[in-house]
Write a protein that binds this ligand. Sequence first.
Ligand SMILES: [Fe+2]
Ligand SMILES: [Fe+2]
Length: 187
Amino acid sequence: MTCIKPDSQGLGYHDRTQGEHQMNETAQAERSATVAWSDALCLDLDFMDDTHREFIDLLAAIEVADDDQVVARFAAMVVHTEGHFGAEDQWMKDTHFSSSNCHAVQHDVVLQVLREGLRRGEGGDLTLLRDLARELGVWFCQHAQSMDAALALHLRGVGYDATTGQVLRPEALPTDAISGCGGSCSS
Ligand SMILES: [Fe+2]
Ligand SMILES: [Fe+2]
Protein backbone atom coordinates (compact mmCIF):
# COMPACT_ATOMS: atom_id res chain seq x y z
CA MET A 1 0.00 0.00 0.00
CA THR A 2 1.34 3.41 -0.89
CA CYS A 3 0.74 6.15 1.61
CA ILE A 4 1.48 9.85 1.50
CA LYS A 5 1.94 11.41 4.90
CA PRO A 6 3.79 14.31 6.52
CA ASP A 7 7.24 13.54 7.85
CA SER A 8 7.82 13.64 11.59
CA GLN A 9 9.12 17.23 11.52
CA GLY A 10 6.34 18.54 9.30
CA LEU A 11 8.90 19.70 6.73
CA GLY A 12 7.33 17.98 3.73
CA TYR A 13 5.77 14.81 2.45
CA HIS A 14 7.30 11.44 1.70
CA ASP A 15 5.71 9.05 -0.75
CA ARG A 16 6.63 5.58 0.41
CA THR A 17 4.98 2.35 1.40
CA GLN A 18 3.79 1.94 4.97
CA GLY A 19 6.26 -0.89 5.47
CA GLU A 20 9.22 1.12 4.20
CA HIS A 21 8.22 4.05 6.37
CA GLN A 22 8.09 1.96 9.52
CA MET A 23 11.34 0.17 8.63
CA ASN A 24 13.18 3.46 8.00
CA GLU A 25 11.86 4.97 11.23
CA THR A 26 13.10 1.93 13.12
CA ALA A 27 16.52 2.01 11.45
CA GLN A 28 16.82 5.75 12.04
CA ALA A 29 15.92 5.35 15.70
CA GLU A 30 18.67 2.73 16.08
CA ARG A 31 21.30 4.90 14.44
CA SER A 32 23.06 7.56 16.41
CA ALA A 33 26.34 9.34 15.94
CA THR A 34 29.21 8.15 18.11
CA VAL A 35 31.34 11.16 17.26
CA ALA A 36 30.71 14.68 18.52
CA TRP A 37 32.67 17.88 18.94
CA SER A 38 34.10 18.50 22.37
CA ASP A 39 36.26 21.23 23.89
CA ALA A 40 39.06 18.66 24.19
CA LEU A 41 39.42 18.91 20.39
CA CYS A 42 39.76 22.70 20.39
CA LEU A 43 43.26 23.82 19.36
CA ASP A 44 42.73 27.57 19.77
CA LEU A 45 43.43 28.20 16.10
CA ASP A 46 40.23 29.24 14.36
CA PHE A 47 41.13 28.19 10.82
CA MET A 48 41.97 24.69 12.06
CA ASP A 49 39.13 24.33 14.56
CA ASP A 50 36.51 25.41 12.02
CA THR A 51 37.62 22.69 9.58
CA HIS A 52 37.68 20.10 12.35
CA ARG A 53 34.14 20.96 13.45
CA GLU A 54 32.95 20.54 9.85
CA PHE A 55 34.75 17.21 9.66
CA ILE A 56 33.06 15.93 12.84
CA ASP A 57 29.66 17.04 11.51
CA LEU A 58 30.28 15.17 8.24
CA LEU A 59 31.23 11.97 10.09
CA ALA A 60 28.14 12.17 12.28
CA ALA A 61 25.96 12.73 9.20
CA ILE A 62 27.27 9.48 7.68
CA GLU A 63 26.58 7.51 10.85
CA VAL A 64 22.92 8.54 11.00
CA ALA A 65 22.27 8.54 7.23
CA ASP A 66 19.57 6.46 5.57
CA ASP A 67 20.92 3.82 3.20
CA ASP A 68 20.24 5.94 0.14
CA GLN A 69 22.29 8.82 1.59
CA VAL A 70 25.37 7.02 2.89
CA VAL A 71 27.50 6.97 -0.27
CA ALA A 72 26.86 10.62 -1.14
CA ARG A 73 27.61 11.73 2.41
CA PHE A 74 30.77 9.63 2.55
CA ALA A 75 31.89 11.06 -0.81
CA ALA A 76 31.32 14.60 0.52
CA MET A 77 33.42 13.76 3.58
CA VAL A 78 36.27 12.46 1.37
CA VAL A 79 36.27 15.70 -0.66
CA HIS A 80 36.29 17.73 2.58
CA THR A 81 39.13 15.61 3.96
CA GLU A 82 41.21 16.12 0.82
CA GLY A 83 40.90 19.86 1.42
CA HIS A 84 41.46 19.53 5.18
CA PHE A 85 44.61 17.42 4.89
CA GLY A 86 45.84 19.33 1.82
CA ALA A 87 45.62 22.62 3.72
CA GLU A 88 47.55 21.26 6.72
CA ASP A 89 50.19 19.80 4.39
CA GLN A 90 50.56 23.24 2.76
CA TRP A 91 50.88 24.98 6.15
CA MET A 92 53.64 22.52 7.04
CA LYS A 93 55.46 23.20 3.76
CA ASP A 94 55.15 26.95 4.37
CA THR A 95 56.72 26.65 7.83
CA HIS A 96 59.76 24.44 7.21
CA PHE A 97 58.43 20.92 7.65
CA SER A 98 60.03 18.32 5.40
CA SER A 99 57.69 16.82 2.79
CA SER A 100 58.20 13.36 4.32
CA ASN A 101 57.23 14.30 7.88
CA CYS A 102 55.09 11.75 9.68
CA HIS A 103 52.02 13.99 9.93
CA ALA A 104 51.75 14.38 6.15
CA VAL A 105 52.45 10.67 5.69
CA GLN A 106 49.59 9.79 8.06
CA HIS A 107 47.26 12.07 6.05
CA ASP A 108 48.23 10.19 2.87
CA VAL A 109 47.60 6.78 4.41
CA VAL A 110 44.19 7.75 5.78
CA LEU A 111 43.11 9.27 2.47
CA GLN A 112 44.06 6.07 0.66
CA VAL A 113 41.88 4.09 3.07
CA LEU A 114 38.96 6.50 2.58
CA ARG A 115 39.19 6.40 -1.22
CA GLU A 116 39.26 2.60 -1.18
CA GLY A 117 36.33 2.58 1.25
CA LEU A 118 34.35 4.87 -1.05
CA ARG A 119 35.06 2.60 -4.00
CA ARG A 120 33.70 -0.37 -2.07
CA GLY A 121 30.77 1.65 -0.76
CA GLU A 122 29.81 2.57 -4.31
CA GLY A 123 29.77 -1.17 -4.92
CA GLY A 124 27.16 -1.56 -2.20
CA ASP A 125 29.10 -2.07 1.04
CA LEU A 126 27.27 0.51 3.16
CA THR A 127 28.21 -1.20 6.43
CA LEU A 128 31.86 -0.56 5.62
CA LEU A 129 31.20 3.16 5.15
CA ARG A 130 29.36 3.44 8.46
CA ASP A 131 32.13 1.47 10.20
CA LEU A 132 34.80 3.68 8.63
CA ALA A 133 33.01 6.85 9.73
CA ARG A 134 32.84 5.58 13.31
CA GLU A 135 36.49 4.45 13.34
CA LEU A 136 37.59 7.69 11.73
CA GLY A 137 36.04 9.55 14.66
CA VAL A 138 38.17 7.53 17.09
CA TRP A 139 41.30 8.04 14.97
CA PHE A 140 40.62 11.76 14.59
CA CYS A 141 40.44 12.44 18.35
CA GLN A 142 43.91 10.99 18.73
CA HIS A 143 45.25 12.74 15.61
CA ALA A 144 43.85 16.15 16.58
CA GLN A 145 45.21 15.95 20.11
CA SER A 146 48.70 14.93 19.01
CA MET A 147 49.78 15.82 15.46
CA ASP A 148 47.31 18.63 14.81
CA ALA A 149 47.87 20.08 18.29
CA ALA A 150 51.63 20.14 17.69
CA LEU A 151 51.12 21.79 14.30
CA ALA A 152 48.78 24.40 15.83
CA LEU A 153 51.39 25.22 18.48
CA HIS A 154 54.06 25.58 15.79
CA LEU A 155 51.86 27.77 13.55
CA ARG A 156 50.98 30.07 16.45
CA GLY A 157 54.66 30.28 17.39
CA VAL A 158 55.76 31.46 13.94
CA GLY A 159 52.74 33.74 13.49
CA TYR A 160 51.35 31.90 10.47
CA ASP A 161 48.57 33.58 8.49
CA ALA A 162 46.62 30.83 6.73
CA THR A 163 44.86 33.31 4.44
CA THR A 164 48.03 34.73 2.91
CA GLY A 165 50.51 31.97 3.74
CA GLN A 166 52.69 34.61 5.41
CA VAL A 167 54.92 33.87 8.38
CA LEU A 168 54.84 36.97 10.59
CA ARG A 169 57.71 35.85 12.82
CA PRO A 170 60.21 34.25 10.39
CA GLU A 171 62.92 34.46 13.04
CA ALA A 172 60.96 31.75 14.92
CA LEU A 173 61.25 29.28 12.03
CA PRO A 174 63.76 26.45 12.50
CA THR A 175 66.81 26.61 10.24
CA ASP A 176 66.63 22.90 9.40
CA ALA A 177 63.54 21.22 7.95
CA ILE A 178 61.35 19.54 10.57
CA SER A 179 61.15 15.80 9.89
CA GLY A 180 59.03 14.83 12.92
CA CYS A 181 55.57 16.16 13.60
CA GLY A 182 55.87 17.18 17.25
CA GLY A 183 53.21 14.61 18.08
CA SER A 184 53.41 11.41 20.07
CA CYS A 185 55.36 9.59 17.33
CA SER A 186 58.19 12.15 17.40
CA SER A 187 61.22 11.69 19.54
FE1 LIG B 1 43.37 18.30 11.01
FE1 LIG C 1 46.36 16.53 10.53
